[in-house]
Design a protein around this ligand. Sequence first.
Ligand SMILES: [Zn+2]
Length: 98
Amino acid sequence: MRCAICGEPMDVQIDRWLQTNDGGAVHLRCADREAQHVWQLRCLLAIGHLLVITIVSSALIIHVGVVERSTTFHLECSPSLRMEGCQVSFEAGMCSVL
Ligand SMILES: [Zn+2]
């Protein structure tokens, strides 16, 4: 019988081994090494996803902030604008709240 992971022969009386779902067998050390490798890959994928989420959310926050700031600037610098009970006037390049 050969290990399904490394392909080396197994002595079922001496080696510690596991039976696979498809009827094969693997060394316990090979299965453990493979599980650690898959775990490391999953950790790297999780870190990659975290970086992508961070970059996208930062880009969205920056974009929304720029849009909100430009909207605010536009509203504050309109020639005359009444908002929520107060009046904003624009004279000689200066904005003021009346
Ligand atoms: Zn093996």
